[in-house]
Design a protein around this ligand. Structure first.
Ligand code: KG4
Ligand code: ZN
Length: 341
């Protein structure tokens, strides 16, 4: 099956061509530069950029894949959750293509696609569900922090999620307090490599809590109060690196400990991680170390597939269509706040 997929839930305009579990081509047009001027994603600007970029991205991905539009057997797009108008551009464009070609259309849940992205790897990227095993999945991004028990392929249950800010939001907002550009996550990651993670003590919110939920807004507030008392620290290069390392250590310790604990409780032998924050080098290292000592297999999404992309949408859509587990509908509507069961 040759499938054309679109993803426009937030600030990346992306399209991919997938054939028989293999990503033939994937194009991502990022809007980060545009939004960084405003310190965060501006929904209206995101919508305008998707409108401008979607068709050039679609043309580019078909060219790169060496596939003619007429060879496409099915079309998929992110249905939700995400920014309503941004979602609408990708969904309606994809349905238009499916309608014109007379092919089926499938709407895909954005988090469910992140959930299976750690099973895509290699060059060219290929889905590797032969190795699939029940797992605890950590989805950690700018909008979401979730722990999910994946009991079998396409069968999963959300165990917990953030009660307030997502981990990526915490990276971005504390980074802003430290004077770093948006999105601050990658910058904190870079500076933290030369900093001391024990230089400053920040809270580990809900680490001791028995639930699988998270909360990061208190950590952000404690960084704000700390900087009010110590205003000069963020201006000095050495202490800025220590601050980045200390904030990152707090976030990463909570994410790692709660993920491993959930894996232990669910008696699974595998942990996966995906979403933009799973690019974080300390998180990748600590999940790897924790899984090694607990005898668990770890599957991390490849860095290019951590952030939003249409390749993961296409792989999941093809899988569902081949297994007959999803209803296709040209009338599918966007689901901005759709929750993952
Ligand atoms: O998955 P994603 O591209 O978009 C959302 O659905 O939110 O994730 C973007 C988030 C941002 O908050 C960004 O700061 C964070 O992922 N991020 C990182 C790193 N790379 C991206 N956070 C920490 N360390 C990184 N290396
Ligand atoms: Zn995402």
């Amino acid at each position: 099956m040759t499938l054309l997929a679109f993803e426009t839930s937030c600030d990346e305009t992306s399209a991919a061509v997938v054939r028989d579990g293999c990503v033939l081509a994937s194009v991502v047009s990022s809007q980060i530069k545009l939004h960084s001027e405003y310190g965060g994603v501006v929904p209206e600007l995101a919508t305008r950029e998707h409108l401008r970029n979607l068709l050039p991205v679609a043309r580019a991905v078909l060219r790169e894949a060496g596939v003619e539009a007429g060879e496409v057997d099915a079309v998929a797009a992110t249905q939700g959750p995400g920014l309503p108008n941004a979602l609408m551009i990708g969904l309606k464009a994809a349905q238009g293509v499916a309608f014109a070609l007379g092919r089926p259309f499938l709407g895909v849940h954005h988090h469910e696609a992140h959930l299976y992205s750690p099973w895509i790897s290699g060059t060219p990227p290929r889905a590797d569900f032969g190795d699939f095993q029940p797992n605890i999945a950590l989805i950690v991004s700018g909008g979401h922090t979730m722990l999910i028990h994946v009991a079998a392929e396409l069968r999963h249950q959300v165990l917990g999620s953030t009660l307030d800010d997502a981990a990526g939001e915490c990276f971005d907002k504390t980074g802003k307090l430290l004077g770093l550009p948006y999105p601050a996550g990658p910058e904190i990651d870079r500076l933290a490599r030369q900093g001391n993670p024990r230089a400053f003590e920040f809270p580990r919110p809900m680490l001791a809590d028995a639930s699988d939920d998270f909360s990061f807004s208190g950590l952000k507030t404690s960084v704000r109060y700390f900087l009010q008392k110590n205003p000069a620290l963020a201006d000095e290069a050495g202490s800025l690196r220590d601050l980045c390392a200390s904030v990152q250590a707090a976030i990463v310790e909570v994410l790692t400990a709660k993920t491993l604990r959930a894996a232990c409780r669910a008696r699974v032998r595998c942990v996966t991680a995906s979403g933009g924050v799973s690019c974080n080098s300390a998180l990748r290292e600590q999940l790897a170390a924790g899984c090694r000592s607990a005898g668990l297999t770890l599957r991390l999404a490849e860095r290019e597939l951590c952030t939003d992309n249409a390749a993961m949408i296409g792989i999941l859509a093809e899988r569902k269509l081949l297994r007959g587990t999803a209803a296709t509908s040209l009338d599918a509507e966007i689901e901005p706040g759709w929750t993952l069961a």
